[in-house]
Structures are given as C-alpha cells and as structure tokens.
Design a protein around this ligand. Structure first.
Ligand SMILES: *[C@@H]1O[C@H](CO)[C@@H](O)[C@H](O)[C@H]1NC(C)=O
Ligand SMILES: *[C@@H]1O[C@H](CO)[C@@H](O)[C@H](O)[C@H]1NC(C)=O
Ligand SMILES: *[C@@H]1O[C@H](CO)[C@@H](O)[C@H](O)[C@H]1NC(C)=O
Ligand SMILES: *[C@@H]1O[C@H](CO)[C@@H](O)[C@H](O)[C@H]1NC(C)=O
Ligand SMILES: *[C@@H]1O[C@H](CO)[C@@H](O)[C@H](O)[C@H]1NC(C)=O
Ligand SMILES: *[C@@H]1O[C@H](CO)[C@@H](O)[C@H](O)[C@H]1NC(C)=O
Length: 411
C-alpha cells in the first residue's frame, strides 16, 4: 500500500478521533426534546431524551432538575428521562434541566434547558387560605376578586380518581361564595402530608379562567384551643393544666403548649412554655388570675397553632377594687374623728353626768380646820353644797353652852 495513503488514513483516523474527543472531555451535551405537559389539571410531566453522540456504556449520566416557584426552589436528580410533579399553579413554575456526568471522565455539566408554565393572567379569588382544624375536616376561604356569584370550586388529591370533586358545602359571606368546607377520610389525621389541590372556575361567561391552588394539611394546622383547667395547690401555688385540642387523636403527641397569665395586680401577660400542658404558678389569693393557653404544632405535626383559648378566671380580686382602698383609708380616719368628738363631748358632759366624788382627804382637812373654814369665793356650787353638809356634821353648840355659863357668873 502506498505509504502516503497510509499516512493520510492515519491522519484521518486521528482527526476523526480528535473531532469526537471534545465531546468526551468537555461539556456534556444537554438533554434533547425537553417538553412540559399537563398530565391532568394539577400535575405536569417534564420529559426529554438523552443527548446524542455519547457512548452510554462508557459515559454514565444523570439529569439535574430544578423546580422554581419564585424564590422557592426544589432540586432533583433523575437517571430516567421524565419527571412528574403536582403543582401549586398560583405563581406559575419554571423548570431547568441539565445533563450531569455520573461517571464520565472529565466531562462537565451541560448547559440548562428551561421550560415554564406561567401563572393565570387573571385572578378569580384572592387570599386563598385553608385551615385544617380537625381530623377529617378542612375549611378553605377566599375573597372573590369581583362580585361574581357563580364561582365553582373543585378539589382533588393524589390517588383520587378523576374527575375532580365539586365542593360539597360552600361557605357564604353576604351572598357570595367565600369558602368551602371539605370533609373526608383523605383528610385523616394519620396522613398529615396529604396534599389537596383546588381548581376554581366560573360556571358562566366567555372566559375559561381557572385559578389553581395546592394546600398541604401539615402546613395549615389550626386546632381548636385546648381546654384549660385550674386548681389550687398546697404551698400557695396554682396548677394550670389543659387537655389536648379536641378533634385530633389525643394519643398522637403533636402539640407543644404555651400558657400565659396575668393578675388583677399586674396586667402584663406572663408566658410560660411547659413541655407538657401543666404548670405551677405562684398564687396570691388577693388577686384574680386570668389564664389562656394555646397549642402549637410540633415538628412532627407541621406548622400552625390554635388561637388563644378564652380567658379563664381564678380567684376574686380583693386588692385592686377602689372601694377596698377607700375603706382601708376611711375606717381609721372615721374612727379617729369619732374618738376626738367623743372625748370633746365627754369633757363637756362629764360635769353633768359624773358629779365630782368628794375627796376624803380634803374633807378630813376641813374637819380639822373648821374654824378657818369659810366659803371660798372661787369654789363652785357643788363645793359649797358639800360644805353646807359639813356644817350639819360639825355643830358649834358646845361653844354656845359655854357662853351661857359665862352669863350665869354675873352678880
Ligand atoms: C462504546 O464503548 C464500548 C467500550 O469502550 C465499545 O465496546 C462500544 O463499541 C462503543 N459503542 C459505540 C456505539 O461507540
Ligand atoms: C420563570 O422565569 C421567568 C423568566 O426568567 C421569570 O420572569 C418568572 O418570574 C419565573 N417564574 C417563576 C414562577 O419562577
Ligand atoms: C368550618 O366550616 C364548617 C361548616 O360551615 C363550620 O361548621 C365550622 O365551624 C368551620 N370551622 C372553623 C374552624 O371555622
Ligand atoms: C383514618 O384512617 C385509618 C386507616 O385508613 C382508619 O383506621 C381511621 O379510622 C381513620 N380515622 C379517621 C378519624 O377518619
Ligand atoms: C398517606 O399518604 C401517602 C402518600 O400520599 C400514601 O401512600 C399512604 O397510603 C397514606 N396513608 C394512609 C394511612 O392513608
Ligand atoms: C370548571 O372546572 C371543572 C373541573 O375541571 C369542569 O368540569 C367545568 O367544566 C369547568 N367549568 C367551566 C365553565 O369551565
């Protein structure tokens, strides 16, 4: 064979080898024929074919997919050639897909292929919200974007046969449909991850406008508030306790609790978060205690909390009552005034009511010094009367007798 021909063939071989080489050592080719299709009202299928020019037995591949609803981004990898997802279409969705080397020499990721579905252009309803409040029941509410009265809500969950079920019980506000009460085994508490899909459309009108939503039970927990119990304990403590929220299997350890209380003395709430729903708080019987409790979903349960329970009262307020304070001040004041008045009048009346008891010492002195006794100008009526009495007891007759004897001596 001609040497030049040999060299040419060799060079051609080398060139062909070299030409195919960049694929194997550079960037992987992206997947082909990427399509996004709606499998039903809520679920999409992203499908593609493997890239060309790759020897699959020498180059192992996988596909990296992102699913974005605005800021929320989910990441997935697949080795087969399709990806399925049931969506919340409120905000639309964007997918990116790229080829990644699993075991493929020095190859790097391919560029991204992007596919998306846009959100509805017009909104039939706003503020679509659901609360999962008891096992088997969920209420969803919304505010209509206009005065449309012919809104229809349909719902669906995975494993439910199509077609969608219409809402069985609408909730109304002022004649407009503003909510739907859902009930069924699919909302069973043992399956908190249940995803429920909603479609709202109009029964009349030219537009085929639809709004679609997805809600997960575990993200919308809102049980009824727990029932609160209060009991006075020895040692001046008040025991607070509660029963788990009704409507859910009490054996499921789903709840954390927050208790708060305030007294008639201090109107600021004091919060306590016990592990179990029981707590001891120092109790002062002078004040009334007002207590509330709420249940909060644990991680295993999801997110959400009950409202605060109604205020439960314990004890009677004795201190903050204004009349109590008033009485507290008024009683001593009144007593003091009464005592002063009493003493004042007593001094005045003593003279009339209680005559002065005669002083025996004084009487004795008067008996001795009877001659010197004379009616004292300064003495009062009482004293002079006593004095007159004394005269009765001390007669001066003997002296008169002596005088008579003196007269008898005359010649
Ligand atoms: C792929 O590579 C394997 C192993 O190197 C080889 O046996 C096979 O022939 C190649 N197939 C193609 C289509 O190139
Ligand atoms: C999808 O991508 C487009 C273009 O980048 C962007 O305008 C839109 O907001 C994205 N949508 C979502 C739901 O992320
Ligand atoms: C949910 O709706 C039903 C039906 O109107 C109603 O009886 C129930 O009280 C509602 N639940 C809550 C938590 O609002
Ligand atoms: C929940 O589902 C389980 C199994 O399907 C069933 O045994 C249980 O009775 C259901 N509970 C309620 C509250 O529906
Ligand atoms: C809970 O949901 C999962 C996924 O939706 C399902 O596979 C499972 O059978 C459900 N369990 C019960 C008890 O319903
Ligand atoms: C509204 O949606 C339901 C469920 O997909 C469908 O059966 C019904 O025909 C729709 N109504 C209109 C007016 O499009």
């Amino acid at each position: 064979m001609d040497l030049r021909l040999n060299v040419f063939l060799l060079a051609l071989c080398c060139w062909m080898a070299c030409a195919s080489m960049p694929v194997e050592i550079g960037m992987l080719p992206p997947p082909r024929e990427v399509s996004l299709t709606f499998r039903n009202d809520f679920c999409v299928t992203l499908a593609w074919r493997p890239p060309q020019n790759l020897n699959r037995s020498t180059c192992d591949l996988q596909y990296y997919i992102t699913e974005a609803f605005g800021q929320e981004v989910g990441q997935y990898t697949r080795t087969d050639t399709h990806f399925e997802s049931c969506l919340d279409m409120e905000r639309g969705v964007n997918y990116t897909i790229r080829t990644q080397p699993k075991n493929c020499g020095d190859m790097t990721d391919s560029k991204d292929i992007v596919r998306g579905a846009s959100p509805p252009k017009e909104k039939l309803v706003k503020d679509f919200e659901c609360i999962y409040y008891t096992s088997g029941s969920m209420n969803c509410t919304w505010s209509p974007a206009d005065q449309t009265t012919d809104l229809q809500l349909y719902y669906w969950y995975k494993n439910m046969a199509q077609p969608l079920k219409p809402c069985g019980l609408y909730l109304y506000t002022g004649g407009l449909k503003t909510g739907c009460h859902l009930h069924g085994d699919f909302l069973n508490v043992t399956n908190l991850t249940t995803e429920v899909f909603f479609l709202i459309n109009r029964t009349h009108g030219p537009s085929t406008l639809q709004n679609k939503f997805k809600r997960t039970t575990r993200d919308n927990m809102k049980p009824f508030p727990p029932k609160l119990n209060m009991k006075k304990k020895e040692g001046g403590m008040l025991e607070l306790s509660c029963d788990p929220p009704s409507g859910f299997d009490p054996s499921l350890d789903y709840w954390d609790y927050t208790l708060r209380y305030r007294t008639s003395k201090d109107s600021n709430w004091k919060e306590i978060s016990p592990v179990r729903c029981t707590a001891l708080v120092p109790y002062d019987h002078h004040f009334q205690y007002r207590v509330q409790v709420k249940a909060i979903c644990k991680d295993i349960c999801g997110t959400g909390a009950s409202d605060w329970s109604q205020e439960e009262c314990y004890g009677q307020d004795q201190a903050s009552d204004w009349s109590f304070h008033l009485t507290l001040i008024a009683i001593p004041v009144v007593i003091t005034i009464c005592v002063i008045l009493f003493l004042f009048f007593l001094k005045k009346l003593r003279v009339l009511i209680l005559p002065q008891i005669p002083d025996p010492l004084k009487l004795f002195k008067e008996l001795i010094n009877s001659k010197e006794v004379s009616t004292d100008a300064g003495s009062n009526l009482m004293e002079s009367k006593i004095w007159e009495k004394q005269k009765v007891y001390v007669p001066e007759r003997p002296e008169l007798c002596v005088d008579v004897w003196l007269v008898d001596q005359d010649p």
